[in-house]
Ligand binder design. Structure first.
Ligand SMILES: Cc1cc2nc3c(=O)[nH]c(=O)nc-3n(C[C@H](O)[C@H](O)[C@H](O)COP(=O)(O)OP(=O)(O)OC[C@H]3O[C@@H](n4cnc5c(N)ncnc54)[C@H](O)[C@@H]3O)c2cc1C
Length: 420
């Protein structure tokens, strides 16, 4: 047992009375039996109070860490970080389809919030889940598997259904990836050929500080490397959007050392050392930051970016950097990329909470016409009823939550505010 801490960014001092660290399922059951209110803590990388509670936080970090490989799947303990899981399964010849920008986050915490990377054909990390096992507040073990009635509701759970203890993830044969960075693409040309630009690789990101509304800072292209090797990233399209290859390693945030970034320059490497932008042994991103992200339907992507260009001058002072990614649709009820191929508009704010909140309100206003859904693990201020209207299965999730957790043990302030 220990006192509650703060989240990774330090903007949320958890109100929880204490943190319990069970080492076994029996201890977890005991912890729940003695707690009228509880929440599981992942690696604390969310930027809002989603992981907080006025009861106890439960960390699974001391539970056994197991990785079982099946021919086309891996069964893993919930608290494992992707950065620990990935090299272990790579050593057994397996890989996941995608990863987020950083390897420091836990599997269960990422899945619970619909965390994603980038890629026209790549879905959220949650969509890789084929089964999960959780312990309810009453200590009962429940398993749900893709195809079961509750499955699509139970994956992106916001931590509100129970304690996920293990997950089964789709896996495929291990593969290699090369990433290249280009500088200075012009927005007019990128948006005119948006579908071609995001198809330049398996995973494509655009970074901008919005200090210039006409020219983006960087274009990152990650491609799987076939046995026959890779052709250059389409030089005609790169030239057509006005971009040039970076002369050396680059960090997305101006002035930050690229040593924290995964290897660039087109050098092939294992999937898990290229798909994340940041290396496990370094602080990801700017470190001193807050984040928000909004997902719009892919068809609205270019128009939504135009709307942000129009307010570039308002955004730039509050920003470290902004990232544009694409996410393929999944069928999970509360997934921000559920039911629609999406463009994800991400903001890494400077660590000034008031300035970030004001900028978030501006972004939410200009993105409202596009039905933008907020990332569950980042800062947003949208009215709950507006969010609810963006999810066709909202009421079904509420019913599932009431059925799985009738005493509301896991119903924290974040979930209550949403009316779930
Ligand atoms: C530097 C940085 C970069 C990021 N990059 C990306 C990115 O590229 N893409 C993206 O989509 N997001 C990104 N995020 C956001 C991050 O992926 C999410 O906030 C994610 O939820 C963090 O996982 P966590 O383990 O830290 O979860 P926590 O913040 O600890 O918890 C999140 C939620 O998961 C629940 N939870 C955790 N474990 C369990 C469990 N075992 N059972 C039930 N519920 C559980 C918690 O109760 C809480 O509701 C980034 C965050 C940071 C700090």
């Amino acid at each position: 047992m220990s006192a509650a801490e703060a989240n990774w960014a330090g903007n949320i001092a958890y109100r929880a009375q204490r943190v319990l660290r069970p080492v076994s399922l029996d201890e977890l059951r005991d912890a729940l039996a003695g707690s009228p209110r509880a929440r599981v803590l992942g690696t604390r990388h969310s930027f809002n109070d989603i992981a907080d509670t006025d009861g106890v936080q439960i960390s699974l970090a001391h539970m056994p860490r197991e990785i079982e490989t099946l021919p086309d799947a891996v069964r893993v303990s919930a608290a494992l970080r992707y950065g620990d899981l990935a090299p272990a399964i790579h050593a057994r010849g397996l890989a996941l389809a995608n990863l987020a920008s950083l390897p420091h986050i836990s599997v269960a915490g990422s899945v619970a919030t619909g965390t994603h990377g980038s890629g026209d054909a790549l879905r959220s990390l949650s969509a890789s889940v084929r089964a999960l096992t959780l312990m309810t507040a009453d200590g009962e073990i429940v398993s749900v598997r893709r195809g079961d009635a509750d499955f699509a509701g139970a994956v992106v759970s916001l931590g509100a259904l129970g304690v996920v203890t293990s997950l089964e993830l789709d896996a495929e044969p291990s593969y290699r990836v090369a990433q290249e960075v280009f500088e200075g693409p012009r927005w007019d040309d990128v948006l005119a050929r948006f579908d071609e630009v995001t198809a330049l690789g398996d995973s494509v990101s655009l970074f901008t500080t919005w200090s210039d509304a006409d020219v983006a800072r960087q274009l990152w292209v990650k491609r799987r490397v076939p046995a026959t090797g890779l052709a250059p990233v389409d030089p005609d399209l790169i030239a057509a959007v006005g971009a040039v290859p970076a002369a050396g390693p680059r960090h997305p945030v101006p002035g930050v050392d690229a040593a924290a970034c995964s290897v660039q320059g087109g050098e092939p490497g294992p999937w898990f050392e290229r798909l994340p932008h940041f290396r496990l042994e370094f602080t990801p991103s700017a470190g001193d930051e807050l984040q928000s992200e909004f997902l719009v339907a892919r068809a609205d992507g270019a128009a939504a970016i135009e709307a942000l260009r129009a307010i570039a001058r308002d955004l730039a002072p509050a920003l470290h950097v902004s990232e544009v990614r694409t996410v393929a649709a999944d069928d999970l009820w509360l997934s921000p990329s559920g039911g629609r191929d999406s463009v994800a508009l991400h903001f890494t704010w400077k660590r000034d909470v008031a300035a970030a909140r004001e900028a978030v309100a501006t972004v939410e206003r200009v993105l409202a016409p596009f039905g933008a859904r907020p990332h569950w693990g980042k800062i947003f201020g949208m009215a709950p009823e507006r969010i609810a209207a963006l999810y066709p299965r909202w009421a079904d999730f509420r019913a599932l939550r009431e059925r799985m957790d009738p005493r509301g043990v896991f119903r924290n302030a974040f979930v209550a505010r949403l009316g779930l």
